[in-house]
Design a protein around this ligand. Sequence first.
Ligand code: SF4
Ligand code: SF4
Length: 193
Amino acid sequence: MSEHVPLSEEQRTCGACSLCCSVLRVDELSKPAGVDCEHQLAEGGCAIHATRPAICRAYHCLWLSGGLEEADRPDQLGAILDLQTVGFETRLSIQEARGGAYEASPRLQAIVEQYRASMPVRLVEAGRFDDPDRPYRVWLPDGVEQRVEGEWRTITRPGAAPERKRLPLFERLARRVGIAFRRLRLSRLDGSG
Ligand code: SF4
Ligand code: SF4
């Protein structure tokens, strides 16, 4: 989704980054999340820039919108970051582009520490886009970290041993509905459903 719009000199440009073109889903192109777009150019940018889908024109990650530091362009961090509002809650969303990006990046870890003081930070680990058990982690302001994998949540509190619990029934049901929808969408993208 690089090189979206003409930008003034003061604004950032995507440059050689095209990470969101790999990480995000583009329904208009039947492109699943986590898969390179066929129109991505090796040097960054889009081969169909003039006619790219509306979602590509509209999308601005947090860095492109002026957040984070200049050196935090997503291809340098190995993850794309967004501020998301879900219900009454605003959170920092991090989507890894490759496995271990968080562990490999002291800067990404510092960003998590900075933001968790004021909002939840949710990180979806890189992995198969169609894996319903793809893990995610949530850091909360009070030092609590939750890690969810499948139907299980591990909660780590400062100074305490990790606690592993099965998700509540409502969350398990909501999760199963979400997985069913995702599978249906993927089967349609495959043309097999
Ligand atoms: S169409 Fe262009 S901007 Fe959109 S995902 Fe593909 S390469 Fe990126
Ligand atoms: S991840 Fe951000 S900086 Fe990189 S191409 Fe997408 S919008 Fe541009």
